[in-house]
Ligand binder design. Structure first.
Ligand SMILES: Nc1ncnc2c1ncn2[C@@H]1O[C@H](COP(=O)(O)OP(=O)(O)OP(=O)(O)O)[C@@H](O)[C@H]1O
Length: 284
């Protein structure tokens, strides 16, 4: 049974949207010795919003996600997620979030079903409903027919879908995706983005993502924040940011270059390829 069935075009939420704030940070800071990876980050994200964190390599995006998912202690400031303090109520915070890290989080020596079963147990999904929930998710992700194949035989896109499936088994309020489409071919990338849209629209799940694909950030995100060397340089809806440049047909790439002086590659580069191959090796 499919739990999510529509592919929905994304539109910006109406100005009068009364949705509550689900994530708020104030002065969030993380230092590694003398390096300030994230400096005084204050952001607010609403329920059901797709929020994109953009920035060149080393800007601090992954460090932000690691702090918000309780994997890394904060050096200063605070973050409240679904009403829980990330530092003082870490266990409660972990229950309401899903996280797909950059690194591989599926086990290649197990089947898709077995990987999901492990996560179902981790999330304490009651034994009675477990099988049904796993089947629902497999169907939604388009992985039903591959459920009993070893994950090492999956394509990169299938693995990424499985990892997203793992992270939403427990129906989190907010889903963190750290470069979810890196290393995927254009078809797999589009499939992943469509799934992300569906998760957001059908379940009102907040999506907090990082990406280097600005075209996708433009079509997916209600709002984006651009960081540079740990500091926020601008925040807004993609359309407002593009309009603020005051030049016709401006793209989010233009916005990015304007604020950071950096050009991002929109194709699969050497770094992505190396990362994908490392992942493939580990799976094999
Ligand atoms: N564990 C660590 N120890 C020391 N320095 C770190 C650590 N993790 C991150 N940093 C530093 O913090 C800064 C931000 O890194 P981070 O990985 O958050 O950037 P990013 O924007 O996610 O980059 P990328 O796009 O390459 O993934 C970098 O200067 C990085 O070298």
């Amino acid at each position: 049974m499919a739990i999510l069935t529509r592919t929905t075009e994304h539109s910006e939420p109406p100005a009068s949207d009364p949705k509550p704030v689900i994530l708020e940070t104030q002065g969030l800071t993380r230092r590694f010795g003398k390096v300030t990876a994230v400096n005084d980050l204050s952001i607010s994200v609403k329920q059901g919003e797709v929020f994109g964190l953009l920035g060149p390599n080393g800007a601090g995006k992954s460090t932000v996600i690691k702090m918000l998912t309780t994997l890394l202690p904060v050096s200063a400031g605070k973050a409240i997620l679904a009403g829980y303090d990330v530092t003082r109520q870490a266990t409660a915070v972990r229950r309401v979030l899903g996280y797909v890290p950059q690194a591989l989080s599926a086990d290649g020596s197990l089947t898709g079903y077995e990987n999901l079963l492990i996560f179902a147990k981790l999330y304490e999904i009651p034994y009675r409903g477990r099988d049904r929930r796993i089947r629902e998710i497999l169907e939604f992700m388009g992985l039903y027919d591959a459920a009993h194949r070893l994950v090492r035989t999956y394509s990169g896109g299938m693995i990424r879908k499985l990892e997203i499936a793992q992270s939403i088994l427990h129906q989190p309020k907010i889903l963190f995706l750290d470069e979810p489409t890196v290393g995927l071919d254009p078809i797999a990338r589009t499939q992943v983005w469509n799934l992300v849209k569906q998760i957001c629209v059908e379940h009102d799940t907040t999506i907090f993502l990082t990406t280097h694909f600005l075209e996708e950030a433009d079509s997916l995100c209600h709002r984006v924040t651009i960081m540079q060397q740990g500091t926020v340089v601008t925040t807004g809806t993609p359309s407002d940011l593009k309009a603020s440049l005051g030049k016709p047909n401006a793209t989010l790439d233009d916005v990015f270059i304007h604020y950071t002086g950096n050009q991002l590659t929109s194709g699969v580069n050497y770094r992505d390829t190396a990362r994908t191959r490392r992942a493939a090796q580990r799976l094999g």
